[in-house]
Design a protein around this ligand. Structure first.
Ligand code: ATP
Ligand code: MG
Length: 532
């Protein structure tokens, strides 16, 4: 890029000698870099690891993202994206950005629309523009090009001669000389045919006109996995998304229940409606009820006006009821009634208001055992268990540990603009052998910390990996200490009984068949507080 600048400067100064020298130097650098792009690598197709990801992962956005990253590395370009658009209908086209690297989404859209709308347009052939700052054709998008003055190459994806998408690339303005630009189209073409197979293979359909990529933001593109059980989870979720069935997501903390709930909404016909996440554990019982169902003016102290509940608020959309195990039997009864009638009765009101929402429930506790100890309403359980989906913990999908670690490494490396080479063998072994009580959330945190700790251009070694003390404590406790486990269970049984009895201590002591003073002592010793 500096040589581009030098050449330009020489042109401005009309210094032929300097111009010639700059051109010569550029060519020799191009030839040198092009050595890495010998035809064997350029047309050899995909690197080894890839076919593995592809074969096992039908979720195209993840694959495309890998593909794009790899291709950018090959052509030593920095910015790139893959866009699809619908066929012309009524003049407009809907653009979806499937994968992008170092290009903001709005810029990617503008560039795609510009490419489609060019007057000299032959959208079915590629465009290589090496002098984007002065080229009149790029005037309309100059400001949004991610790599300033670097050369760009746009490759159309065509079906029956009709373009349905583009691959866009621009070399970075970071001083790195790109590979011999003239070779880029060939390298890209071999990848493009691959993208084409993926898309044609029906994994993804070009969006219908009017379909907006923003609304697709929560789909599976963020779910990274190559584990069979996880892939089955995604397939199930994709199928159930099409219906209005109530879904129950089960899995340990940090396994991705929230992520999947989001995806179900984004892939459902309700995607244009609201998605409201209600964490049942975060709100005291009475507030939770009025939040969900709404209340009328004067229903309780502080209810100074009518308030619409979240269920009504999400009319036409999806409500995600997280941590359902933390609700009382009373509220569970109201939810059951809601599911049966699909009508809400605001607190203090008489009217039943019809509402059209899909409910997604999540729990990290075993609801069956809660039924047995009386803290889960059996009828509600069976009502929401129409479509149970269990997300396996990370330690049971070892193959995902490395994949996710690499993924988060890339995320934080880009975000912190820090060049970290990767994980050392020992570090990878350490990650693979860990129990991951906090699952993906914990992995994300650990990789982030490691990237911060790692030296520039360095490798992440075991020293940079610090597992979470509290998380590992909880697993030790879960596995080893019987007295602690008994205490934990006792605390849970008493709390649940107290909640069931509206914190009426004498009713609770009767039910638990212990004396009233004993109960008071246990509440004190076990530090049980209302709202536990
Ligand atoms: N397969 C995955 N690929 C990429 N990111 C993931 C994956 N699974 C989980 N994550 C990420 O891990 C974090 C935790 O996920 P999420 O909040 O969905 O978990 P959860 O099961 O709802 O946990 P909790 O029960 O504690 O609420 C999020 O940042 C999420 O994006
Ligand atoms: Mg969650």
């Amino acid at each position: 890029l500096h040589l581009y600048e030098a050449q330009r400067l020489a042109e401005d100064l009309r210094d032929r000698n300097l111009m010639r020298r700059a051109r010569r130097m550029r060519r020799s650098i191009e030839d040198e870099v092009a050595g890495d792009l010998a035809p064997s690598t350029a047309v050899a197709g995909l690197p080894g690891g890839f076919s593995g990801v592809l074969a096992q992962n039908p979720h195209i956005a993840t694959v495309l993202d890998h593909l794009l990253g790899d291709l950018l590395g090959k052509i030593t370009f920095r910015h790139g994206f893959v866009a699809l658009f619908s066929a012309r209908s009524g003049g407009g086209r809907a653009v979806t950005i499937l994968a992008r690297r170092d290009v903001p989404e709005p810029s990617a859209r503008m560039i795609t629309e510009w490419f489609l709308g060019r007057e000299d347009a032959d959208c079915s052939s590629g465009a290589l523009l090496t002098d984007v700052l002065r080229d009149r054709r790029t005037a309309a998008v100059r400001d949004v090009l991610p790599g300033n003055g670097g050369p760009i190459y746009i490759h159309p994806l065509c079906r029956d001669g009709e373009p349905y998408g583009i691959l866009f690339f621009q070399s970075g303005a970071d001083g790195k000389e790109p590979a011999r630009v003239g070779q880029v189209p060939d390298v890209v073409a071999s990848y493009a045919s691959f993208v084409d197979v993926l898309v044609q293979g029906n994994a993804v359909r070009p969006p219908a006109a009017g379909d907006d990529a923003r609304k697709r933001g929560g789909d599976f593109r963020h779910v990274i996995t190559r584990n069979d059980r996880m892939l089955r989870v995604l397939t199930l979720a994709e199928k159930v998304a099409q219906s209005d069935a109530t879904v129950l997501l089960m899995g340990e903390t940090g396994t991705g229940k929230g992520l999947i709930a989001n995806a179900i909404h984004a892939l459902s016909p309700r995607r244009d409606g609201k998605f409201i996440h209600v964490n049942c554990a975060a709100l005291p019982e009475t507030i939770l009820e009025s939040e969900l169902f709404g209340h009328v003016k004067g229903a309780f102290t502080g209810a100074i006006c009518d308030k619409k509940g979240l269920l009504a608020e999400a009319d036409g959309g999806t409500v995600f009821l997280d941590e359902i195990s933390k609700t009382s039997i009373v509220l569970q009864g109201k939810l059951l009634q809601f599911l049966d009638t699909m009508k809400v009765r605001p607190v203090g009101g008489n009217d039943m208001i019809p509402v059209n929402v899909r409910l997604v429930f999540a729990s990290k506790h075993d609801l069956m055992s809660m039924i047995r100890n009386g803290t889960m309403l059996e009828d509600l359980y069976y009502r929401i268990n129409d479509f149970p989906i269990t997300i396996p913990p990370l330690r049971e999908r070892i193959e995902d540990i490395h994949l996710l670690a690499e993924y988060y490494l890339k995320v934080f490396r880009d975000r912190m603009a820090k060049h970290v080479r990767g994980f050392s063998e020992e570090a990878l072994a350490l990650l693979a052998g860990y129990e991951w009580p906090g699952n993906v959330r914990e992995l994300e945190k650990i990789v982030k910390r490691a990237v911060i700790l790692c030296d520039e251009e360095g490798l992440i070694t075991p020293e940079a990996i610090a597992f979470d003390e509290t998380e590992s404590c909880s697993i030790d406790q879960r596995r080893l200490a019987l007295p602690d486990r008994v205490k934990d269970l006792e605390k849970r049984v008493i709390s649940e009984c107290l909640i069931r009895n509206g914190w009426n201590r004498s009713a609770a002591s009767n039910e638990l068949r212990i004396s009233y003073p004993t109960l008071l002592k246990k509440i004190r010793d076990l530090k049980i507080a209302e709202g536990y």
